[in-house]
Design a protein around this ligand. Structure first.
Ligand code: ZN
Length: 491
């Protein structure tokens, strides 16, 4: 948990945080953005390198078409306008893991602008603007630990040098750490749906920097911002922002001034620390990259890429609500990952009653998975199994109670539903004489309800069905119970 500085509730109420996020996403291309070296993660240091990504003099970059396609697809999914022509630029700075002394990025003519993501907030859905999305190359990695002489020296791995990235810059539209968390969650979900990145934060495929300032509520001009860098989980970003907002309020309340700077977050302590004064854009001496032509993504190519866009999560949820008659909340659960949603839809479409499949997943499957600590992909019961069980309940071949029992067995044995169902073949009472006997006893024991039924209150039948199923320990065939009950109660 973040440790928050001493900031009173009243002080917090006086100020409004203003947050903007910069997210770097690594694209899932096989090769790097300007050379044919592999982008594979985890290979031995400095094995996936060549003169281009080592920044040797005279080596020339050649743009990877797939990286452009992926970047455009992501930009479209984030509702951005694509610029037909964009320009690569050199961002000049010195750093040990940047052998060329500059990074090829995009500056005043980025690939895409003016996008947005809808996020749910306390006051309803709000669009968070995306200022720009541009393409750039990654730098190498400094290794400060893991070697015998790590105490004295830093090692460099240039395998990551030249791996394609997109940078997605949001407008300063976010007003709380919770909103920042929501934005990142939605952003990651959309990118995962497009398939252009695995968004694996542990491997650095998704990295986030946060800009944050505070201002008195009602004041228009922004306060001085700080930038929090290199935070490696969404939860830590939320905690770092909580800490940083309180720290800034504390300074302003005490009559002090915020220093514009870059800060790092120490998750063990829950605190941010100043690293260096923040660079301004002019510090980088940007200029157009002379070794690359302007990037042109013409209308024909854009149309082609737009065709490759999958249905996006929000649109999918809305369609699923309409298609399966489920609630917005149900749709949210079922679309938690694309793989899950795909499996669910295939199963639901094959089942007699898609709505029942949706209900079973939530009422019977999700809870058991949680209890067993399993992701949906590791579920012993496949979506096909859920569909079969739904059909069996639908046709009255098994009761809801039996289904629960069978699901428990599936989890105990680590077997799918069809296999367990075959082994168990649950006993069902289909002998009408036996069922009639139970019904007679139940009606005799509940004369008041029977009278209500005969007086026209037909819904009372539900009570009788429940009683009969209970008396038969869930084994009476529900369809037969319904038919026989109606007949007996009419007399
Ligand atoms: Zn290379």
């Amino acid at each position: 948990m973040a440790t928050t500085p001493e900031t009173s509730v009243e002080a917090r109420a006086k100020y409004e945080p203003v947050i903007g996020l910069e997210v770097h996403v690594q694209l899932l291309t096989v090769s790097k953005i300007f050379c044919s070296c592999s982008t594979r993660f985890g290979d031995s240091p400095n094995t996936n390198v060549c003169p281009v990504c080592l920044g040797l003099p005279g080596a020339l970059p050649v743009l990877n078409r797939k990286a452009v396609e992926f970047a455009v697809r992501a930009a479209m999914a984030l509702d951005c306008a694509i610029h037909e022509t964009s320009i690569f630029a050199r961002k000049n700075y010195f750093y040990p893991d940047l052998p060329k002394g500059y990074q090829i990025s995009q500056y005043d003519k980025p690939l895409a602008e003016f996008g947005g993501i809808d996020i749910p907030t306390a006051g309803g859905t709000r669009k968070i603007g995306i200022t720009r999305l541009h393409l750039e190359e990654d730098a190498g990695k400094s290794l400060h630990e893991g070697f015998r002489d790590s105490a004295e020296t830093t090692a460099i791995d240039l395998n990551r040098s030249g791996v394609p990235l997109i940078e997605i810059v949001s407008e300063p539209d976010l007003r709380s750490p919770a909103e920042a968390y929501e934005y990142l969650t939605r952003l990651k979900e959309i990118i995962l749906y497009t398939g252009v990145s695995d968004c694996n934060m542990e491997e650095g495929s998704l990295r986030c920097d946060a800009n944050v300032s505070v201002r008195p509520r009602g004041q228009k001009p922004f306060g001085t911002k700080t930038e929090i860098k290199n935070v490696n989980s969404f939860r830590f970003i939320r905690e770092a922002l909580e800490y940083e907002i309180d720290r800034q309020i504390g300074i302003v309340e005490a009559g002090g001034k915020i220093t514009q700077e870059t800060r790092s977050y120490n998750s063990a302590e829950g605190k941010t620390y100043g690293m260096r004064s923040k660079e301004q854009a002019h510090d980088y001496r940007y200029f157009p990259e002379p070794d690359l032509l302007p990037l042109v993504v013409d209308e024909k190519w854009q149309t082609e890429i737009r065709r490759s866009l999958p249905e996006l999560p929000e649109a999918r949820r809305q369609r699923m609500v309409a298609d399966y008659g489920i609630t917005a909340y149900d749709a949210q659960v079922l679309t938690s990952t694309k793989a899950f949603a795909d499996q669910f839809e295939a199963a639901a479409e094959a089942a007699k009653n898609p709505k029942r499949v949706a209900n079973l997943v939530q009422s019977e499957l999700v809870g058991r998975l949680k209890a067993a600590g399993l992701e949906i992909e590791k579920s012993p019961i496949s979506m096909k199994g859920v569909a079969l069980s739904a059909d069996l309940v639908e046709s009255g071949a098994i009761s809801g109670k039996m289904l629960k029992h069978l699901y428990d067995l599936c989890f105990d044995r680590g077997q799918d539903f069809p296999a367990v169902y075959d082994q168990e073949r649950p006993q069902q009472i289909t002998d009408s004489a036996a069922i009639e006997k139970i019904i007679d006893e139940i009606i005799a024991a509940n004369p008041k309800q029977a009278e209500q039924y005969r007086a026209g209150k037909k819904t009372v039948v539900g009570f009788f069905v429940g009683q009969v199923m209970k008396a038969s320990q869930g084994q009476a065939n529900p369809q037969m119970v319904n038919q026989l009950l109606a007949k007996k109660l009419e007399n």
